[in-house]
Design a protein around this ligand. Structure first.
Ligand code: CA
Length: 468
């Protein structure tokens, strides 16, 4: 009861424990209304920095794919009406982060009715829509009839002009009230699940707190506090002050990348994994991810063979996992934007959906495990094995246990792994989810074999105490 009350207080707005969020960059996901004049085909040489035609009708038509994948929430990049005119440095505001008007839908993405229809259709599939909102700045050269922008850029996080963008002077109470009201406009138009607050570090805290205090019941706000990790003082401060309901976990992204790229010894990895688990629980609602639209793509960084290892890590650790569009289809992207914002590779979707050994199916099965298993998402963590020498990382095996259920995750890099777990006589092997590997029962042992650059997740059910 105490734990429930505590969680209830800290996530008063109702961020669900079993959520799995998909980051969707609207312009780069699905084109449902082709032939707009300033849209270029994703295949054209100039396309990386221009609108490629993804929109709300396209996303709406692909909701079935996302529902089948198993995600529970969609985080959409901002839909604010963007600045118009010649692209800045030959870049158009396809990403949505250069607002002209805070409370209007940019026609590139569709209409307000399209957004309302999308939210309705998603709700019918039990999916929530989280909208990215810009409360820190306007786009380059934006008209500012209400004088919301500061006249002089400062030199601290809040008052500086991020990337030279006109900075909203939200520490001024008049400006704050207008920005909060225009942001809430989105929540008034459609029953959204929450907001993702862009550039959180650069917005004065009182504005984020005022926004969160004014959102509808059940609505949550997610803080993009760049670089934050569980255990950081700033995370505690954000959560305890009521400035947001959860914080993106940049530390997890770095940890996963260092291990899977082979740059961190297994012993160090295990140490950090255990520490993170303690720091993330039970107090700090964190949002772990492998990559996002501001970082190098996961698959581009670790390679297609190792990419699904990230799914095993992301979906069997604490926090609300966030998967970037197309990672499940091994979208390569690139090291920086705009290369990392490549279009969803739909040409691979059908083939992978029909191939039980595909990356798509590995992700899909793990996401469904995640949403159905308390053990997978927040069972007690114990390390079952890892390299002990100082050579390149080779393997890590860990288990999460909740009541009678055990979820064992075995990861192998560079060389194959042969791992044996003792099993109770009456234990039941519930499921084996494998990317290049296998597991089977042999008497009172569970034998896990992981191929080089593979991952195997095994679900076990121990007998009930006093049971047969
Ligand atoms: Ca600012």
């Amino acid at each position: 009861m105490m734990a429930g009350l505590l969680l209830g207080l800290l996530t008063a707005a109702g961020l669900p424990d079993d959520a799995v969020i998909a980051l969707i960059m609207v312009d780069r996901f699905a084109d449902g209304a082709p032939n707009r004049p300033d849209v270029v085909a994703p295949s054209s040489p100039q396309a990386l920095r221009l609108f490629q035609g993804g929109d709300l009708p396209g996303l709406r038509a692909r909701l079935g794919y996302l529902h089948d994948l198993g995600v529970t929430h969609l985080w959409l990049t901002p839909l604010h009406q963007q600045i118009v005119g010649p692209p800045v440095d030959e870049t158009a505001p396809y990403h949505g982060y250069w607002p002209q008007t805070l409370d209007a839908v940019d026609p590139h993405f569709g209409s307000l009715a399209d957004l309302q229809g999308l939210v309705d259709d998603a709700a019918a599939l039990h999916m929530g829509v989280i909208l990215d909102v810009v409360t820190n700045h306007l786009g380059y050269g934006a008209n500012d009839p209400l004088h919301l922008v500061r006249a002089h850029c400062g030199d601290d996080d809040v008052s500086s002009c991020l990337f030279g963008l006109p900075d909203l002077q939200t520490e001024d109470e008049r400006v704050r009230a207008i920005v909060v009201d225009k942001t809430l406009w989105w929540a008034r138009q459609a029953p959204l699940a929450g907001f993702r607050i862009d550039a959180f570090k650069h917005v004065d805290r009182a504005t984020s707190t005022a926004l969160r205090a004014a959102v509808p019941p059940g609505f949550f706000t997610l803080a993009e506090e760049w670089g934050a990790s569980p255990g950081d003082a700033v995370v505690d401060e954000i959560l305890s002050s009521g400035a947001a309901d959860a914080v993106f976990d940049f530390g997890f992204a770095g940890l996963a990348r260092d291990f899977v790229q082979g740059r961190m010894r297994s012993a160090a990895f295990v140490h950090h994994l255990v520490k993170r688990d303690a720091d993330a629980a039970p107090r700090a609602p964190m949002l772990p991810f492998l990559d996002n639209h501001d970082l190098a793509t996961w698959t581009g960084s670790v390679g297609a063979q190792r990419s699904p290892i990230g799914a095993a890590l992301l979906l069997t650790n604490r926090g609300i996992p966030v998967v970037t569009w197309g990672t499940e289809l091994l979208r390569e992207g690139g090291a920086t934007d705009p290369e990392n914002r490549s279009f969803m590779p739909w040409d691979r979707a059908e083939q992978q959906q029909h191939d039980p050994s595909s990356s798509f199916h590995f992700w899909r099965r793990l996401i469904h495990l995640r949403t159905s298993s308390i053990a997978a998402r927040r069972g007690t963590l114990s390390i079952r094995g890892h390299d002990v020498d100082d050579s390149a990382p080779h393997f890590t095996v860990y288990e999460r246990r909740h009541e009678q259920q055990r979820v064992v995750t075995a990861l192998a890099l560079d060389r194959p792994l042969h791992h044996i777990e003792p099993l109770a006589r009456a234990a039941h092997l519930v499921d084996v989810i494998a990317w290049h590997g296998r597991a089977q029962r042999e008497g009172e042992q569970l034998v896990i074999d992981v191929d080089k650059d593979g991952a195997v997740v095994v679900v076990l059910q121990d007998p009930s105490p006093g049971g047969p």
